[in-house]
Design a protein around this ligand. Structure first.
Ligand code: HEM
Length: 128
């Protein structure tokens, strides 16, 4: 299921998860470090629901783009695609973490965050 939902993402993040340097950040080799950060799991759900906009650094490279929100997808689809990107291309869920659930996604709905607010929360994750 997650692989088919990921078809929404490949135009930017690519089938390999490598992204496009300078334009679209990689998910391969990167999603686990987001999940390992305190609050990272909830924050990933917020990226899916509300998008992300503004300057970020991923593995020392700078991006300043717009990630669209996917709140129109179902809770099950969002949970599936997040589990997919957490487990593809050599990525693995951190120890102690299980697949994303519909209930976890539902818990982040109704916050009506802007993509800029999702950016400011990212700064609390301590990614570099
Ligand atoms: C950022 C996943 C679709 C463009 C991100 C991030 C994740 C992600 C997890 C956060 C990376 C980080 O902050 O370290 C996904 C998934 C998608 C998807 C699972 C499909 C459901 C897309 C599409 C585009 C896109 C279609 C292009 C139209 C971007 C950009 C960023 C980003 C530009 C960085 C935003 C910024 O510079 O602030 N994506 N993405 N994504 N994504 Fe996506």
């Amino acid at each position: 299921a997650g692989a088919s939902v990921y078809n929404n993402c490949i135009g930017c993040h690519q089938a390999t998860g490598a992204g496009i340097p300078g334009a679209f950040p990689p998910l391969a080799g990167h999603v686990p470090e987001i999940l390992a950060a305190r609050g990272g799991r909830e924050w990933l759900i917020q990226v899916m629901l509300y998008g992300l906009q503004g300057q970020i650094s991923v593995k020392g490279a700078s991006y300043n783009g717009i990630m669209p929100g996917y709140g129109q997808l179902s809770n099950a689809e969002i949970a599936a695609v997040l589990t997919h990107i957490a487990t593809q291309w050599g990525n693995a869920l951190p120890a102690g973490q299980a697949a994303f659930t519909e209930a976890e996604v539902q818990a982040q709905r109704g916050k009506n965050l802007t993509a800029q607010q999702v950016l400011s929360t990212r700064q609390q994750l301590g990614l570099r």
